[in-house]
Design a protein around this ligand. Structure first.
Ligand code: UDX
Length: 457
């Protein structure tokens, strides 16, 4: 079976590369010619851990090719994964025009039977619309189409790992042949039988029950329901953190113990400046719109979104109360990406904070292990340095805005010596308040005891 992947963004590139890595012949297409030229020159348009290795291996074995012609990929593929973007519209709903465009190309170019699989996150019932578009626009050529949904659960930063070693594979199908083909595609992962580019010692099998076959509508809903639940969980933890501040409890202690209940689980309970990125915020919005259209009152999700927006206001209030006037003050920033291990700054809470402070005339000096270049094109006026120690020199305050683990391991004693005023506002609860106090920092985070000035330089 030849596989075509349409769209070479995060989802498409990782999916295409990993499907090639497990042994399939894959052709990846994107209408953005500059992206394809980069890929053909052996470069990557995004940073994603292990992706370089996976693509290099697939390319060397001739398993993966890239083209700027969607039509060519459509003609070549027996199974076609649609991985194009579904950005938010002004009303928060998902813009599905790119999906429809791809469906039209598939309909007009296909001459052999095609299994068309939506992988992009889409509102429920998009599969039915894709089916209709294929029928309407493909009438003349007589090719047959089957439609399936196979939502991605890829986290940026661990996307390759998530695809090759998933906790579940969900396929929404309407017929036995589509299910058979999707099982065939994922069999190497189910069996743990492929040359794993990450784990040299081999991979475990995936339990049979974790290959979940549903209707197309359910598969589409599973993706939205999963992401929205994660968003709810984060906002819940953030409200608990607010309560901890008012009632003098410690959010780390509370969420640690709460998360030990297996019905709740420890992940996504980290308080801070809130969730960002290109998935959670837009999926939450799209789910809210979807529920409204379906006549279901899902206001708890609206509340999660509102709580999340308030995080930035709350952080800026802390900056003001610690620094008073920010105009003209030198402030260091550690972290630009929307989370650690990615260079993605789309809907990054860090970018939102920076935008507000720049608007107030702050002099920012920023660092990030991966996201400087992307941020520079957005805010050319900030001074940037790859070296965190440079970033803090002479600063009157330091903001931690992304949870990069390497920031924990910095020489904080040295940083204290470099700063004009040893003030740290930790928007990600990354550091230990007690240790920061011992080092003489004035330290603020969310839902944990703050340390006022104990010793001054
Ligand atoms: C998300 C989903 O996790 C993934 O399953 C889906 O396929 C795509 O969307 P991703 O966008 O990569 O993945 O980010 P994720 O790891 O979910 O983090 C989202 C945001 O939440 C980040 O800004 C992160 O910093 C924040 N976050 C996460 C918290 O604020 N607290 C937490 O406890 C966890």
């Amino acid at each position: 079976m030849r596989i075509a992947v349409i769209g070479c963004g995060y989802v498409g590139l990782v999916s295409g590369a990993c499907l090639a890595a497990i042994g399939h012949e894959v052709i990846c297409a994107d209408s953005d010619d500059s992206k394809i030229r980069k890929l053909n020159a052996g470069e990557l348009p995004i940073y994603e851990e292990h992706l370089d290795k996976v693509i290099h291996t697939a390319r060397s074995s001739g398993k993966i090719t890239f083209t700027n012609s969607v039509a060519e990929a459509v003609r070549a593929g027996d199974a076609i994964f649609i991985c194009v973007g579904t950005p938010p519209l002004a009303d928060g709903g998902a813009d599905l025009s790119a999906i429809e465009n791809v469906a039209r190309v598939i309909a007009s170019e296909a001459r052999t039977p095609k299994l068309v699989i939506e992988k992009s996150t889409v509102p429920v019932q998009t599969g039915q619309q894709v089916k209709r578009a294929l029928q309407v626009y493909g009438r003349e050529h007589g090719a047959t189409f089957r439609v399936a949904s196979n939502p991605e659960f890829l986290r940026e930063g661990t996307a390759v790992e998530d695809l090759l070693h998933p906790d579940r594979i969900v396929v929404g199908v309407e017929d036995a042949e589509s299910e058979r083909q999707l099982r065939e595609i994922y069999q190497p992962i189910m069996d743990g039988k492929f040359a794993c580019p990450i784990h040299a010692k081999g991979c475990p099998k995936l339990e049979l029950a974790r290959f979940i076959v549903t209707t197309i509508n359910s598969a589409e809903l599973i993706k939205h329901a999963s992401n929205s639940f994660l968003a709810l969980k984060i906002s819940y933890a953030n409200l608990i953190s607010d309560l901890c501040e008012k009632l003098h409890a410690n959010v780390d202690e509370v969420t640690h113990a709460v998360g030990m209940d297996p019905r709740i689980g420890p992940q996504f309970l980290k308080a801070g400046i809130g969730f960002g990125g290109f998935c959670l915020p837009k999926d939450v919005q799209a789910f809210i719109r979807l529920a409204e259209r379906a006549g279901v009152d899902f206001s708890m999700l609206k509340e999660a979104e509102r709580v999340n927006k308030r995080r930035i206001d709350s952080f800026i209030e802390r900056v003001h109360s610690a620094l008073w006037i920010v105009k003209g003050k030198k402030i260091g920033v550690l972290g630009l990406a929307f989370k650690a291990n990615t260079d993605d700054i789309r809907f990054s809470p860090a970018i939102e904070v920076i935008g507000r402070l720049l608007g107030e005339g702050a002099c920012l000096c920023a660092s990030d292990p991966q996201a400087i270049e992307r941020t520079r094109s957005l805010y050319p006026g900030i001074s940037y340095s790859g070296d965190p120690y440079e970033t803090v020199k002479g600063a009157e305050g330091l903001l931690i805005l992304t949870e990069w683990p390497e920031y924990r391991a910095l020489d904080w004693k040295r940083i204290r010596g470099l700063m004009m005023r040893p003030l740290v506002l930790d928007g990600r609860n990354l550091l230990d308040p007690a240790k920061m106090a011992d080092l003489g920092f004035e330290y603020y985070s969310f839902g944990r005891p703050s340390t006022a000035v104990t010793t001054m330089a």
